[in-house]
Design a protein around this ligand. Structure first.
Ligand code: PLP
Length: 278
């Protein structure tokens, strides 16, 4: 497979990464995961907007223009023959001797690759289980940075507890999951945490809220409690790779009647139409 590293498209084994890359020392960088359907990047503009917003907040200058990046991603898709798949792209602050301050001279380092990845049809159809856990992350969860240790720890704890995913909360207020946003339905109303500094502003979240509005499903973007989560009729996660996946058990209790509910199925159908018409 091919990797876009700095100015080159290289076979994976030819890529040489510096031990002094600040991505290793400090997690000093940002990333994006793009979805590819029918060989085309889905919702590219939203992902690039978020990439630019994160880069600006971290004061990492983007090494390439959006049009060059778009062109290169399309080349990766073609070189790796991806129809349905993902693209991972990361940019670190650069290479310099280990020291906390921003280096005086450092060129940002870009690395990206594309790979086939099927839609998670089983999980989407039958649903997944989740446990709840304290959200111990920092206060800029809106930035898509490489610092993912709290997410990794939370996900592993969920797996160790026999669940598929973890629903994070800050002192009883539900935020999101380890790598997806979370939504609930109660009495026909869709609820999800507002897009502020406490969650990642998911592209899929945005697409799904748009579909809900088109379908006439009332949407409330306000924080909700663990108690509300426990009493929800439906719950589901949204994310680039998980799409819209129902949660059918939380902390060993069924959500609603323990099967994917009508609203999540309606949204999944609308999402299917959205991805096949682009
Ligand atoms: N929340 C977190 C913490 C994530 O890592 C992700 C990324 O997959 C999401 C939410 C969902 O965002 P998106 O829909 O842009 O993939």
């Amino acid at each position: 497979s091919y990797i876009w590293y700095q100015n080159e498209l290289l076979p994976r084994q030819a890529v040489q990464i510096s031990p002094d890359d600040r991505g290793y020392y400090f997690g000093d960088g940002l990333y994006e995961v793009f979805r590819v359907y029918h060989g085309v990047v889905f919702e590219a503009a939203g992902h690039f907007d978020r990439l630019e917003r994160t880069a600006k907040a971290l004061r990492i200058p983007l090494p390439f223009s959006r049009s060059v990046m778009e062109e290169k991603l399309q080349e990766l898709i073609r070189l790796n023959d991806v129809q349905t798949g993902n693209i991972y792209l990361q940019i670190t602050r650069g290479i310099a001797a280990r020291s906390h301050p921003f280096p005086a001279y450092a060129e940002p380092v870009l690395m990206a690759y594309a790979y086939p990845y099927e839609r998670p049809l089983e999980a989407m159809r039958h649903g997944i289980s989740a446990v709840t856990g304290e959200d111990i992350r920092w206060l800029r969860c809106d930035l898509k940075t490489l610092n993912l240790l709290p997410n990794v720890m939370a996900k592993q704890e969920a797996l160790d507890r026999g669940a598929d995913e973890v629903i994070l909360h800050r002192s009883g207020t539900v935020t999101e999951c380890s790598a997806s946003n979370v939504m609930i339905v109660k009495n026909g109303i869709l609820r999800t945490h507002p897009a502020n500094h406490l969650i990642l502003h998911g592209i899929t979240r945005y697409v799904v809220l748009g579909l809900a509005r088109e379908l006439g499903i009332p949407v409330i973007e306000e924080p909700f409690t663990l108690e509300a989560l426990g009493q929800a009729d439906e719950a589901f996660v949204t994310g680039t790779t998980v799409e819209i996946t129902p949660i059918i058990r939380i902390d060993d209790r069924p959500v609603g009647n323990g099967a994917p509910g009508p609203i999540v199925q309606q949204l999944q159908t609308a999402f299917d139409t959205a991805i096949s018409s682009r």
